[in-house]
Design a protein around this ligand. Structure first.
Ligand code: ATP
Ligand code: MG
Length: 241
């Protein structure tokens, strides 16, 4: 997608007008993936949606704000792969959020980006910064498993961000559809807010996306590709990207 404003206009801008010009050029939409809890598939969802978005021809940035740097390590493995669309990585911990946002904005102004996917750390210790990130988001995806602990935490997180006026949806992930808790989880999340209509099943092939620096769509006949493709279709529709 074209940024619409030549980069030169920023370079020639009067002092003080630079930030404004960068803002005026912003075209990338931000998808923040957060849940306030550990192990809810935030990173797996981020990397797979990024690969799917890139396969759809979008210029994708991924911002890893987690000090564990799981997404960054996945990206390192990806760089050793041939013939996969490249993703623009920004690896800046949440404590340094302002710098992270600045790096993305600068890259967007210089190179153009269509979609920025932000992976977040577990825990809510940095509430202020998570709120800042959520305010900046065009959409927030809140992944959760069907376990009671994860569900409770996802519901609390959604309630906490609802006052920030951002659009958001739950994503039921790593599901086991044969267990009774699956139906209950769907019912509970549906009642509490928007729920992505397709869930992501617990599958080894999806777990394996971490190992190779690939998205599930980049494997040959992987199980679970349908799940994540449908989640991507949902995101694409609601975010209009
Ligand atoms: N659909 C799935 N099927 C099987 N395993 C999965 C699936 N999704 C994620 N996993 C695995 O579950 C674990 C947790 O996933 P992930 O690292 O994405 O969660 P996270 O929310 O980013 O965790 P953290 O809070 O530690 O950053 C990982 O080992 C991952 O490979
Ligand atoms: Mg993670």
């Amino acid at each position: 997608m074209e940024t619409g404003v030549p980069v030169r206009s920023v370079k020639n801008a009067a002092p003080g007008a630079i930030e404004e010009s960068v803002n005026a050029q912003r075209t990338a939409k931000w998808l923040v993936i957060a849940s306030g809890k550990g192990g809810t598939t935030k990173t797996t969802t981020s990397l797979n949606l990024a690969a799917l978005a890139a396969a759809a021809g979008l210029k994708v940035g991924i911002l890893d704000t987690d000090e564990q740097a799981t997404l960054t390590k996945w990206h390192r493995r990806r760089e050793r792969q041939d013939d996969v669309p490249s993703l623009r990585l920004f690896s800046v911990p949440l404590v340094d959020l302002k710098r992270g946002v600045r790096e993305v904005d600068n890259a967007e102004a210089a190179e153009g980006l269509d979609l920025v996917i932000v992976d977040t750390p577990p825990g809510l210790e940095q509430r202020e910064r998570i709120s800042e990130l959520v305010r900046r988001a065009d959409y927030v995806l809140v992944p959760t498993s069907q376990s009671t602990a994860d569900l409770e935490s996802a519901l609390e997180f959604m309630a906490a961000i609802s006052s920030l006026g951002v659009r958001a949806a739950f994503l039921l992930s790593r599901t086991n559809q044969r267990w009774g808790s699956y139906r209950l989880a769907k019912k509970m999340l549906n009642r509490a807010g928007t729920l992505c209509p397709v869930d992501v099943r617990q599958l080894r092939d999806i777990e394996a996306t971490h190992d190779y620096g690939l998205g599930i769509n980049e494997f040959n006949k992987a199980k679970g590709a349908d799940d994540l493709e449908a989640v991507w279709e949902f995101i694409r529709k609601v975010m209009e990207v």
